[in-house]
Write a protein that binds this ligand. Structure first.
Ligand code: HEC
Length: 252
């Protein structure tokens, strides 16, 4: 009798211990992902804010008459910060910058713009091919290189709409795009995130859908297959349709 009581006490003890361990891991997981969701929101917003500087200045960049476009790294960073503040509702806070990721993004923007000066300032050339998506790809590559093993960002698109093979969605991105973003009841503009492994490494993954606006359709719209100004083939995309996604990986 005595023996059986002590056994059940021991059992209870282990049971409670297991519960306590489980509860503590669950709560740290939730905390970790809250921070990851916040960081992901900030970084993807900053990425879009920088790209927007290029899209609102596209006519200026394409101006054949004008030499210096005044779009140095410093200027683009300042404008990107303004766009960030307008989009996020608060200033970009570089004091709270885990792993230096926000600063790395700004450095990447600065480098891309510095390296592109001859390209965008060439007089006598109208359309130069310096486009938001090309700027974004270069910034993403530089950022991901700087943050190697910690974070990675990428501009991707639905598989059948990808122009540059370097932007192809991976399996996880493809699944989210097709099964969630493209489903009719998915809330527009809502990011999707979860813990997932990337090539065997555990990570937090975050992906934000983007849609074609009128300004995109000159290149990505109809008629499908017709050449656009860049010499590429139009996708046949429609206004408001899912056109791309910004994908972020935070390795754990
Ligand atoms: C002047 C033509 C042009 C316009 C306008 C344009 N794009 Fe693109 N887009 C391109 C080209 C060219 C590429 C390939 C870039 C590269 O080589 O990385 C591209 C790439 C992309 C990509 C990356 C995936 C891929 O296909 O490689 C996305 C996403 C995208 N565009 C979305 C948009 C959206 C959204 C808009 C409107 C806000 C837009 N584009 C406006 C020409 C254009």
């Amino acid at each position: 009798m005595k023996y059986s009581i002590s056994v059940s006490l021991t059992h209870n003890f282990y049971y409670l211990l297991c519960l306590a361990i489980l509860a503590s891991t669950v709560s740290t997981n939730i905390q970790a992902s809250e921070e990851e969701v916040m960081v992901s929101g900030e970084l993807t917003t900053l990425f879009r804010s920088a790209r927007k500087v290029i899209s609102v200045n596209q006519a200026l960049i394409n101006d054949a008459e004008k030499g210096d476009k005044g779009l140095s790294g410093t200027v683009v960073i300042e404008k990107a910060k303004e766009n960030y503040q307008a989009a996020a509702g608060n200033e970009l806070d570089l004091n709270q910058d885990k792993n230096g990721a926000k600063q790395a993004m700004l450095d990447a923007v600065n480098e891309v713009m510095t390296e592109s000066q001859d390209w965008i300032n060439e007089k006598g050339v109208g359309f130069k091919g310096f486009l938001p998506a090309i700027f974004a790809r270069q910034v993403a590559e530089k950022f991901s290189h700087k943050m190697e093993g910690k974070l990675k960002i990428k501009l991707t698109a639905p598989k059948n709409y990808v122009r540059n093979r370097a932007n192809r969605p991976d399996k996880w991105e493809h699944q989210v795009i097709e099964k969630k973003f493209r489903s009719t009841d998915y809330e527009k503009g809502k990011p999707f995130f979860e813990k997932a492994s990337v090539k065997g490494k555990s990570a937090f993954r975050y992906i934000l859908p983007e849609y074609y606006s009128e300004s995109c359709l000159g290149c990505h719209g109809e008629p499908k297959g017709e050449k656009d100004i860049t010499g590429g083939k139009k996708e046949g995309g429609k206004l408001g349709e899912l056109g791309g996604a910004i994908s972020l990986i935070i390795y754990e």
